[in-house]
Design a protein around this ligand. Sequence first.
Ligand SMILES: [Zn+2]
Length: 276
Amino acid sequence: MTISALISIDMEGISGTVDTDQTNRYRGQDYQHMRNIMTLEGNAAIEGCFEGGADRVLIADSHGSFRNLLPDLIDPRAELITGAPRPLCMMEGADQNIDIALCIGYHNRPGEPGVLSHTIRGSSVIQNIFINNIPASEFDLNLGIAGQYNVPIGLISGDTDIIREAKKSIPNIIGVSVKEAISTHSAISLSPQNACELIKKSSKECLENYSIFKPKIYENVKLSVEFSNDLMADLACYIPEIQRENRKTISYESDDFVSAFKLIYATILLAGTLTN
Ligand SMILES: [Zn+2]
């Protein structure tokens, strides 16, 4: 039997990241530098997965443009999923017979403590996203997407706040804290070297014990988006299946989590055109 792992890697929860100057491809003075550190953390996870018994490792670049990892510096044993658009977004690859998924560089949801907390888009577009009326992080959404393919998530790295939140959904998830938020734009951070050591060791442990983690499966789901203004919700309602909850909030209900996610994602893209 072969074991396949999927790593979904974001940027806000990487060691040393505290500001959009480090994460914004177009306006970030330090963006190019942070791509290196993101690549180091990705490689640490890949190495740990292989040491823990993985036969196949896919790594899905999952921040912004989905083109941040430096392809020539990624461990060549892994398969790199890069670029957008792609149907499963941050969880692309979950449909490839994956046994276990790992989330690296993750962050908390909007309005909550943590470094650069948001869900999918910043506060200029999204105030909150809800799963069955409960505010959701990107981790929560990706847990639902992975679950539809029977894929559990066994590890999350990022700041202490998202790890605390993730443990509410998956109590036995392995949490790797690489920094503790002081404010949304400041943190006490591990050095990238120490963060990588910890990520490697924990990814190995995750793979060695992959069968103890259980997928989160939804029978029925309502996904809602509270936009930043009425006009964004007005645009979303051009899609006939979308329900209007109130002036700023729209929703869609389905027995298929991935379809619900795709429709909600399309409304976010529509709403986002108002800020371009
Ligand atoms: Zn991101």
